[in-house]
Design a protein around this ligand. Structure first.
Ligand code: NAP
Length: 317
């Protein structure tokens, strides 16, 4: 499985590329774009003065502009890398300053709500082409990013049926340059698929770790001591950024509730198998679930190494 970025592109794909939000995802994108020479000028913008100062030290942006209105001025490609819940207010601020024909994209883990909240503020002639790199770690901030985060990971692009074909191709080129595999689907379909592959697993991890955290002190310390029994892998997911995940659940409510309903029904069925000593039922289910893990490894989205979760390597989000 290749885990390196290819060589720099022969000619920059963009003139002015503005990345807003230089956390894990934004700073990984910026590092990648710098390394690959994707933009003539790479502009970084973040609401946090500490993040701006750190980005300056790290040196992967050509310009650091704290005010989003100025950061998007004359940009031909703008990528919003802020928590999903921050997109609307941001779009309101930058909308009047976006040049005609510019492409606006994002990296949010939820797509339909971003389209509903961002599109109304964009001037006529702007191309909104949302995207979601299905890659991440449980860490946040500009120091957590790395240029190869997206290599061999999927990036899902969710244009509207009437979106400009050339703008879609440009968004695709960015993610292909990042080393990602690109898939195009509707925003609604994306939200349903990610509700089961990402949002529900996070909800379950937050819940199980929350249950452990509420245990009485003595038992809690035993949980931590013997965590290698499985609990530890849940804690890695449950350590993910609280702002990001609050926004994901509030913005993908319907799909998450739909998947949660199915999960609850399956959990009841499992409970009943245990109650009825249905060993055959349990065996059949666990055999099916083991096969899913094998297909993920076969598709190159995971390695068979037994130390998964013990190194801070990239994971799917
Ligand atoms: P992060 O590390 O917390 O970074 C977000 C950055 O955006 C922070 O520096 C934050 O500053 C800044 N910010 C917040 N509001 C802003 C605004 N209005 N204007 C400018 N900057 C602003 O988050 P992340 O993990 O990179 O996630 C960013 C996006 O990527 C989210 O939409 C998330 O759904 C998506 N995503 C995340 C992952 C993942 O694994 N983390 C994977 C795929 C997609 P403050 O710290 O001052 O708020």
């Amino acid at each position: 499985m290749a885990d390196q970025l290819g060589p720099a592109v022969a000619k920059p794909l963009f003139n002015r590329l503005t990345i807003i939000g230089l956390g894990l995802i934004g700073s990984s994108l910026a590092r990648m774009a710098k390394q690959k020479g994707l933009a003539q000028t790479l502009i970084a913008c973040d609401s946090s003065p500490a993040v701006c100062a750190r980005v300056k030290e790290l040196g992967f942006a050509d310009e650091i502009i704290a005010e989003p209105e100025r950061a998007v001025d004359q940009a031909d490609f703008i990528i919003l890398c802020v928590p999903v819940g921050a997109n609307e207010a941001l779009a309101k601020r930058i909308g009047p300053h976006i040049k005609k024909g510019a492409i606006v994209s994002d990296v949010g883990s939820v797509k339909a709500s971003v389209i509903a909240k961002v599109a109304p503020y964009l001037p006529q002639g702007t191309h909104l082409i949302p995207a979601h790199p299905v890659a991440g770690t449980e860490f946040s901030g500009p120091d957590a990013g790395f240029a190869t985060l997206f290599v061999n990971r999927w990036c899902i692009i969710t244009p509207a049926p009437q979106s400009d074909a050339n703008a879609i191709e440009q968004v695709k080129s960015l993610w292909l340059a990042a080393g990602s595999n690109v898939e195009v689907m509707s925003a609604e379909h994306h939200d349903l698929v990610l509700a089961i592959t990402s949002h529900l697993p996070h909800l379950i991890a937050f819940n199980i770790v929350g249950t452990a955290a509420a245990l009485e002190e003595g038992t809690k310390s035993e949980v931590i001591k013997f965590s290698a029994g499985g609990f530890r892998d849940f804690t890695r997911i449950a350590a993910s950024d609280p702002v990001m995940w609050r926004d994901v659940f509030l913005n993908n409510k319907d799909a998450v509730l739909e998947m949660l309903g199915r999960f609850n029904a399956d959990l009841l069925a499992l409970e009943s198998m245990i109650r009825k000593d249905d060993g055959e039922g349990l065996f059949q289910l666990f055999t099916r679930t083991r096969a899913i893990r094998r297909s993920i490894i076969e598709m190159g989205q995971e390695t068979p190494k037994a130390d998964f979760g013990r190194n801070s390597s990239s994971d799917q989000k």
